[in-house]
Design a protein around this ligand. Structure first.
Ligand SMILES: [Zn+2]
Ligand SMILES: [Zn+2]
Length: 277
């Protein structure tokens, strides 16, 4: 699957609408960093990789101070939720499939959820300074295309150059960090440094009083779980269930509480949470 998908992408070349690419460039002065890299569906290694430099003038490079492993990373697959809503009951199912995603290449640096301190800055980045603490969106948005202007940044049409995805889906989504060449081939943040394109758009500055542990989950877990709850239409007084109590499921339960759900039943095949009396 990887050989065929990579061959198709190589043959067709990058999509012409993409204005930024997942290329990696080391620094003129050299230097290597530790990074977690994919070498196969059951082969992830800690490697020495080049410390990235600025490529485009809207890039920043972060020194990573926090990163998480997502269910999507564990299985290199799509992490899925389904939801169902009636006035009496909401149901949210969260689980991960075990299929492998396409267009992974040996040495790809993993990690789409991370935060860090700005280490280098492109000359067109106006909203950040070196040393700022930021959390980054897992998707790469340009901030300028028709979708980004409508705040539908996951559909950004300028940051994913996968012609394979367009061929298969009829459309491309935005690029994602650390998640295959099917989503742009961007190096991820399970590394000491990471390049972030369009720093003005994709980095959120964190106030000094907010610790890393409280800000990090803004990169995926909190917005994903919130989207799931809003999409389901949870309302005050509802009773419902959540299947799958990983970080997303637990966060979804909290969002349901904040939306006023009367009772939330968590269902998981792994008995890991202490019983409440
Ligand atoms: Zn994630
Ligand atoms: Zn865009």
């Amino acid at each position: 699957m990887q050989t065929g998908s990579n061959a198709y992408q190589k043959y067709t070349g990058p999509h012409p609408d993409a204005i930024v690419h997942g290329a990696m460039k080391g620094r003129p002065e050299g230097g290597t960093m530790k990074a977690l890299a994919w070498f196969g569906s059951q082969d992830v290694r800690l490697i020495e990789a080049l410390i990235p430099d600025i490529i485009d003038e809207e890039d920043v490079v972060l020194k990573v101070t926090g990163t998480t492993i997502c269910g999507s990373d564990l299985h290199l697959c799509v992490h899925i939720y389904f939801s169902h809503y009636t006035p009496e009951m909401f149901l949210i199912y969260i689980f991960a499939d075990h299929g492998e995603i396409m267009a992974m290449q040996k040495g790809d640096i993993l990690g789409h959820e991370f935060m860090g301190a700005v280490d280098r800055i492109g000359k067109n980045v106006t909203k950040l300074s070196v040393g700022d603490r930021v959390v980054t969106s897992f998707q790469v948005a340009c901030g300028k295309c028709v979708y980004c202007k409508k705040k539908l940044s996951s559909f950004c049409e300028k940051t994913n150059d996968s012609t394979l995805q367009e061929k298969m889906y009829g459309k491309r989504d935005a690029g994602f960090f650390g998640y295959s060449h099917f989503t742009g081939g961007y190096a991820g943040g399970q590394a000491e440094y990471v390049r972030v394109p369009f720093g003005n758009v994709n980095c959120l500055k964190i106030p000094a009083e907010i610790p890393d542990e409280a800000a990090l989950y803004l990169s995926d877990i909190l917005p994903t779980s919130y989207h799931c709850v809003v999409d389901t239409g949870v309302e005050k007084g509802n009773v419902g269930g959540i299947w799958g109590l990983g970080p997303i499921g637990m966060s979804a339960a909290r969002w349901c509480q904040l939306k006023g759900a009367k009772r939330i039943i968590g269902i998981d095949s792994v008995p890991r949470w202490p019983k409440s009396d």
